[in-house]
Design a binder for this molecule. Structure first.
Ligand code: SF4
Ligand code: SF4
Length: 178
């Protein structure tokens, strides 16, 4: 009999404790974010999808060597007039990217030719869409229809208004504009 009442007491105690938590939160301000109509602000160093600027890239291939996932590839040819390498194409396979920022860190150009944006809503439904392809002489974004989504945040180099941040950062200002 004693065991029975002890069990009833334990259950009632657990119930009251749980309801106490509910009551406490009933009077706290709501923290629900009505996504996608409302969005939280992201930290400055948030690593979203990569953007690339073929106009700035010097084809040094440091990002290719630094990438641990082997998802960056490029081709360039030597320009005998300028004695520099001209970029032919540059690809990132987002299916392999782990958003580690190593490519951005090693990129020697100022502003960075490859850098993370704050884009976190990309989704892919086709394998071909994972591979983004940039060519200096082709209007961006190139590739599949899906590539058009990239128009939202793919800067077009200086023409698209890459600005150095006023705080002196060498990273181009985030071209994402929602
Ligand atoms: S963020 Fe990391 S994994 Fe992705 S392309 Fe750059 S170096 Fe490679
Ligand atoms: S993106 Fe940067 S690191 Fe990569 S090839 Fe171009 S200049 Fe070099």
């Amino acid at each position: 009999m004693g065991a029975y009442f002890k069990k009833v007491y334990d259950v009632a105690r657990g119930l009251v404790t749980g309801l106490g938590v509910t009551l406490r939160h009933l009077f706290l301000p709501s923290i629900t974010v009505q996504y996608p109509h409302e969005k939280l602000s992201l930290s400055d160093r948030f690593r979203g999808a990569l953007a690339f600027h073929p106009e700035i890239c010097i084809s040094c291939e440091m990002c290719v060597r630094a990438c641990p996932s082997a998802c960056i590839s490029l081709e360039s040819k030597r320009n005998e007039e300028t004695k520099k390498k001209d970029l032919s194409w540059y690809k990132i396979d987002f299916g392999k990217c782990n958003y580690c920022r190593l490519c951005e860190e090693v990129c020697p150009t100022k502003p960075k030719s490859v850098h993370h944006t704050k884009e976190y809503e990309l989704s892919f439904t086709n394998r071909n869409d994972f591979v983004m392809d940039w060519r200096p002489d082709v209007a961006q974004p190139a590739g599949s229809d899906f590539g058009q989504i990239w128009a939202r945040f793919m800067a077009q180099g200086q023409k698209a208004g890459i600005n150095i941040k006023s705080n002196g950062s060498s990273t181009p200002s985030d071209p994402v504009a929602f």
